[in-house]
Design a protein around this ligand. Structure first.
Ligand SMILES: C[S@@+](CC[C@H](N)C(=O)[O-])C[C@H]1O[C@@H](n2cnc3c(N)ncnc32)[C@H](O)[C@@H]1O
Length: 280
């Protein structure tokens, strides 16, 4: 393992030592229970606003849980890579997927076990702490690998190695779906870093759409990337804006009519989908 990869892993382990007691996990549980309540009201037609209001997930839920994805979940085997506090993993298990939540954080197993116990998901949600490259995952066994804001935490050589592994463990029909920050305009990103300094450590690396396309194409024959959150990012400038789902959903809808070049440069996130794994 290179020194850079070792150092990157160590940084991520120490930066993500989540608390695992019931009080610390209460907000995550509340969020997952609110999702269960929403699932029990199929007559409502406000999924877009509900997904857009999912803070603090930074547009992750909106990017991952579109209708087609929700419908594909029952019975699917899913790896949630970089699961963090396991909210997305628990939500996918509530949609009847069989979910393995993996994170370099030492807290993941305890968090997943706590959520599974509280939500009655013991048969569908499992957490593993550690390096996904050493978990001995079987080839061609997963329908989905998902990741919310995780790849940009990895140095590039580790990212490439892990994507190669995902191409191996996915079924031929399987796919990866990631949401990552979108940095397609250096000037805007420098301004953003000044106004909203990063709380977490991140390696120096590209996070533009071209990067995620070219690294994905090494291991997958089909790559599609959709930048979004160009107008929507303005919601954080409005009091109460981040939690205002209807406002954020309207902005996400409105931004679709922007000229593509402008929309892509201003976008704050990108949904990355890799399909048709290349076998090495
Ligand atoms: C910003 S958090 C996102 C958590 C979660 N996906 C979400 O959307 O709420 C990034 C996560 O990536 C994890 N991570 C960083 N490097 C990793 C690695 N090498 N393997 C697995 N997880 C890693 C961190 O521990 C952290 O929990």
């Amino acid at each position: 393992m290179s020194d850079r990869v070792d150092a990157n892993i160590e940084t991520n382990v120490s930066a993500h030592a989540y608390r695992t007691d019931a009080a610390a996990l209460a907000p995550t549980l509340r969020r997952v229970r609110a999702w269960r309540d929403r699932m029990s009201q199929p007559e409502r037609d406000d999924w877009a606003a509900f997904l857009a209001a999912q803070v603090p997930s930074n547009r992750v839920a909106y990017g991952i849980f579109d209708e087609a994805f929700r419908e594909a979940l029952p019975g699917a085997r899913v790896l949630d890579f970089g699961a963090g506090r396991c909210a997305l993993a628990a939500i996918m298990a509530m949609h009847d997927a069989r979910v393995l939540a993996v994170d370099i954080s030492e807290s993941t197993e305890a968090i997943a076990a706590h959520l599974a116990g509280e939500l009655g998901l013991e048969d569908r949600l499992e957490g593993r702490s550690g390096d996904v490259r050493h978990l001995d995952l079987e080839a061609e066994t997963f329908d989905f690998v998902i990741g919310g804001n995780v790849l940009h935490h990895l140095v590039q050589e580790l990212e490439a190695e892990i994507l190669e592994l995902f191409a191996r463990i996915l079924k031929p029909t399987g796919r990866c779906r990631f949401v990552e920050p979108c940095e397609n305009w250096a000037l805007l990103d420098a301004l953003k870093d000044r106004c909203f300094p990063e709380k977490e450590p991140h390696p120096e690396r590209p996070n533009d759409t071209d990067h995620y396309r070219s690294v994905g194409e090494r291991y997958f024959r089909s790559v599609s990337i959709e930048p979004y959150g160009s107008l929507e990012r303005l919601a954080r400038l409005v009091p109460g804006g981040p939690a205002n789902g209807p406002l954020r959903a309207r902005l996400l809808e409105a931004e679709r009519v922007l000229p593509r070049a402008i929309h892509h440069r201003l976008a704050g996130s990108q949904r990355i989908e890799y399909r048709d794994p290349r076998r090495s």
